[in-house]
Design a protein around this ligand. Structure first.
Ligand code: FPP
Length: 260
């Protein structure tokens, strides 16, 4: 993927190869609670500090020239957390959506949601809709927030949609391929993640993009998300560029979104 001139100098200054950028970076932002505990603070303080890291990594990804950034912000399992924490996370999210709207527009970033959008509280959904609508035509980067997201739910939902179309004779079951499934995921028309980063040292996928991670390069760092720095992100991208990737097969979409 060729990067634009504006990104090239930035990448070169930071030791990155502008012609070997990952098209899609996905992050499991873990460790907010532990960060707060270490500092004898309430868990919510960890999430607040974590949202500052979100801001800096979104801005940095855009500067580097990454086209798709997906952040795991709230899983289908997170609904089972204490109500006070769920409410605090939803409020943080709402604040983020309002405070970042101008920056997203200025930086030509499209804010997209992957997950069960309609399970979100009405006030959050309203701000989401406004931000999505106002950024819809932005083409420099897609910021996917995974909200009420679960990989198994996503695949089940796709299977149901396909089964319904087959039952209604809209599609012939014999023509169903991997591409058909890709076309019914929340990430339709997006390249699979090239890079998966998980902070806080846990070695799990935690139900995140199970289908799409088939060939992702995985980077686990012990750093807790609130402490995750721009330098560490750049180091990971540099490390990615030095890895040799041997796909056993092709991903669903190429980095320009076209089907293989
Ligand atoms: C995992 O840490 C993090 C989450 C469940 C939420 C992630 C949310 C943010 C980074 C802030 C808000 C997001 C946006 C987009 C503004 P954890 O609570 O599981 O940490 P622990 O494993 O140390 O307890």
């Amino acid at each position: 993927m060729k990067s634009e001139p504006a990104h090239r100098q930035f990448d070169l200054d930071y030791g990155l190869d502008p012609d070997k950028l990952p098209a899609h970076v996905a992050i499991i932002m873990d460790g907010n609670g532990r960060w707060a505990k270490k500092k004898l603070m309430n868990r919510v303080k960890g999430h607040e500090k974590g949202s500052e890291t979100v801001r800096s990594i979104v801005t940095l990804s855009r500067k580097i020239g990454i086209k798709f950034l997906t952040l795991y912000a709230f899983s289908t399992e997170n609904w089972a957390r204490p109500k006070i924490e769920v409410v605090a996370l939803m409020n943080l999210l709402k604040r983020f959506l309002v405070s970042e709207r101008t920056t997203l527009k200025k930086n030509e970033i499209f804010l997209n949601i992957i997950g069960q959008k309609d399970r979100l509280p009405e006030d959050v959904m309203k701000e989401l809709d406004i931000t999505m609508e106002q950024t819809r035509n932005n083409e420099k980067m897609v910021l996917n927030l995974a909200l009420s997201y679960g990989g198994r739910e996503e695949i089940t939902r796709a299977a149901k949609q396909i089964a319904k179309k087959a039952a209604e004779k809209i599609i012939d079951w014999e023509t169903i391929t991997e591409e058909t499934l890709c076309d019914h995921l929340y990430t339709k028309n997006m390249p699979d993640p090239d890079v998966l980063i998980r902070t806080s040292g846990e070695m799990r996928l935690s139900n995140f993009m199970l289908w799409q991670m088939a060939y992702a390069e995985i980077f686990i760092t012990k750093t807790l998300w609130p402490d995750f720095s721009e330098q560490e992100f750049i180091n990971i991208i540099r490390d990615y560029q030095s890895r040799e990737r041997r796909f056993g097969k092709l991903p669903c979409y190429s980095s320009d979104g076209s089907q293989q």
